[in-house]
Write a protein that binds this ligand. Structure first.
Ligand code: PRX
Length: 652
């Protein structure tokens, strides 16, 4: 039987064999879910272990809502002792494989039983430190097994984890620790990145200043010399060595907070998205089961870092809830050689691979020579996430990695949605380059124009999610109800969730997500806010005004470009653009982190503004994308646009 996908016109469908073996392979699932979305999710929830069943499945008090109201659950019981597959059956199965960055270092593996014991020991250590249900715990860790253990240990005892991406700057860490008033921070002495040791502890020390963190737990990873502050800093191993390997799971209300994860929005301040214990567990488990088709023999690798939502859901919770074996990798996929990622797939016989379009474009750029001898014959399913995937990257991935035999699940979702919400299911299809696919069963999306009318096939509009939304949708912006209301529930009222993405549908109902309509950039799949960058750049004393936009980039999708208006005295001093560029680069690296690397700086006389003074970033962006600029007559200073065009031309 051919393993190749079946092509019908511009659509691909799974092979007969794939379909036959897939966990979900009947189109009727969509119809069934449509009949009653609430019942659909309830049926799924029943497959999980609850200490106490819910009283109501869905309660809606716009803009707030609840799922599984009154239910009692713990996500870690569903991973371990009460796993739906039966703990006895999975305890000797490998849960987690860790590949360190240095090629000569041993990998580590944990069976479900070993991981369970580790989580329990560390949960007990946290308890001994005084961490209680509802306390916030910061996690500032690289991709090492202890990151997973830390998250699970928090969940075990009902502490709320706040994971901060390890490549974020001390300033970014501090803001998150302050906002959540975290008492404890878990970090490491360092980690490996592209052959160098990053001094994470130094950044953590800096980030803990002016926060409420009383205790820091430090993991020895890089044998990096670090300063341990007496009474505050403790070594991970010392803390957990005498702890029992059993810790009772805290009984959590379905609507208790499981974690807070910060993400970028339109303003300078990141927002803490709040996830609830019950809904998130359901969403994480079943999106993984349906979309990655986790089977007993699978080895799943998601390249996402735990610092982002993809890392939370698919590099931690979802594979574990499904009793799968999965892999995490400490380093950069192209280090020390550009084919490291492919070597890892070969080494561990990875069967399901999940990564971002930026990575795919980078892999493709190195050419096929580096893939000589690599057959990818263990792969059976490949996925993409985080940004729109262009046709050439899709085709390269499909042909050169998937060998035309792996369904490509292009998965659309957001930090706010907790799990994947749009993608065609691998056992059903169809798959179409650039189109992320169909809404997940049990969810209802629409594409609306600015006036709220539904767009026709092919017409571009705003992507919205309708009630009952989905169990994993955020429950709020931490400590900021106004922002929650304004960002998600004001464009079309309190009953329609606004995604801030533009999209359109094709005649098959497949959705293509085009990109953000707000001031959020996706740089190499990472979500960054133009406002956050502008806030830090504006602190430079000779800058009068600035605007940051995402400029198209062949590999990273988008990269930040800065438009500056200098103060008069700076203009007189004739500062060189090159010096300004260096200074700005340094500033954003310091305040945000290296992922916010600025690509270009344009010094201009004036920025295009509306009569009310709003900077029209959209117009600046269109100067690069080639889209029509639209009506400029509403601008207060339309002539600024022509002048900016000339500056851009000169800089080419
Ligand atoms: O613009 C969409 C884009 O990423 C945004 C969400 O970013 P973040 O919260 O960081 O979550 C990323 C991982 C889930 C969305 O609003 N996006 C995500 N996936 C896709 C995508 N755009 C197009 N296609 C996708 N598959």
């Amino acid at each position: 039987m051919s393993k190749k996908l079946i092509k019908k016109k511009d659509l691909y469908f799974p092979s007969k064999e794939f379909k036959k073996n897939a966990l979900i392979n009947k189109k009727s699932i969509y119809k069934e879910a449509e009949k009653s979305q609430i019942k659909f999710w309830e049926k799924l929830a029943k497959e999980l272990f609850w200490f106490k069943k819910w009283k109501k499945v869905f309660v809606h008090k716009p803009p707030y809502f609840q799922w599984f109201t009154g239910g009692k659950i713990n996500i870690t019981s569903n991973i371990f002792e009460n796993n739906s597959k039966g703990f006895e059956k999975i305890k000797n199965k490998v849960a987690l494989i860790w590949e360190p960055e240095p090629v000569n270092e041993q990998s580590r593996t944990f069976t479900y039983a070993e991981l369970y014991a580790e989580v329990n020991r560390f949960a007990n250590a946290l308890k001994k430190m005084g961490v209680k249900k509802g306390d916030k715990v910061g996690i500032y860790l690289p991709m090492i097994p202890e990151a997973i253990v830390s998250m699970l240990a928090c969940a075990r005892i009902g502490a709320i984890h706040v994971v901060v991406f390890s490549a974020f700057s001390p300033t970014a860490l501090r803001v998150r620790l302050q906002d959540t008033e975290a008492k404890v921070l878990i970090t490491a002495d360092g980690y490996n990145r592209r052959g160098k040791v990053v001094d994470l502890k130094k950044n953590a020390d800096e980030g803990m200043k002016d926060t409420k963190v009383k205790k820091a737990i430090v993991i020895k990873r890089a044998e990096n010399k670090v300063r341990m502050k007496k009474g505050r800093d403790f070594w991970w191993n010392d803390l957990k060595k005498d702890q029992s390997d059993f810790c009772k799971a805290e009984i959590m209300d379905a609507e208790d907070i499981l974690f807070i994860l910060y993400t970028s929005g339109s303003t300078g301040k990141p927002k803490g998205t709040v996830q609830a214990c019950g809904g998130y567990t359901v969403q994480a488990k079943f999106t993984g089961k349906y979309i990655f088709d986790f089977q007993n023999s699978d080895i799943f690798w998601s390249t996402a870092d735990v610092g982002w939502i993809t890392g939370h859901t698919y590099s931690c919770y979802s594979p574990l809830l499904n009793a799968a074996t999965y892999l995490i990798f400490e380093g950069a996929p192209g280090w020390p050689k550009p084919n490291r990622w492919a070597k890892i797939i070969e080494k561990y016989k990875v069967t399901i691979f999940y990564t971002a379009p930026t990575a795919i474009r980078m892999f493709a750029k190195f050419g096929l020579d580096i893939l000589k001898g690599i057959r990818f014959n263990t792969l059976r399913l490949i996925g993409s996430v985080g940004e729109p995937i262009d046709e050439s990257a899709w085709m390269w991935y499909f042909e050169k990695v998937g060998k035309q035999s792996c369904p490509v699940v292009d998965t659309w979702w957001q930090t706010e949605t907790g799990g994947i919400l749009i993608t065609s299911l691998p056992g059903i299809g169809p798959f179409k380059p650039c189109f992320t696919g169909l809404p997940f069963p049990g969810t209802k999306f629409k594409i609306l124009n600015d006036r709220g009318r539904e767009c026709k096939t092919g017409e571009r509009g705003n992507l919205v999610l309708l009630p009952p939304f989905t169990p994993g949708l955020l429950r709020g912006v931490y400590k900021n109800p106004k922002r929650y209301l304004k960002t998600y529930w004001s464009q079309y009222g309190k009953k329609i969730y606004f995604t801030s993405d533009a999209a359109y549908k094709d005649k098959n109902g497949l959705i293509r997500v085009v990109g953000r309509v707000d001031d959020v950039m996706k740089v190499a799949g990472h979500r960054l806010s133009t406002g956050e960058m502008e806030d830090s750049i504006s602190k430079i004393d000779y800058i009068n005004e600035c605007a940051v936009i995402g400029m198209p980039d062949q590999i990273k999708g988008e990269v930040p470009a800065v438009f500056l208006v200098l103060k008069k005295n700076a203009v007189e001093k004739k500062r060189f653009t090159e010096d300004i560029y260096k200074e700005i680069q340094l500033k954003v690296r310091k305040e945000i982190g290296p992922i916010a690397g600025i690509k270009k700086v344009f010094v201009v006389e004036d920025l295009p503004k509306t009569r009310s003074g709003k900077i029209m970033r959209r117009i600046l962006k269109r100067l690069f994308t080639g889209e029509p600029l639209g009506d400029l007559s509403t601008l207060a200073n339309a002539d600024s646009v022509q002048k900016i065009k000339e500056v851009i031309k000169l800089s080419d």
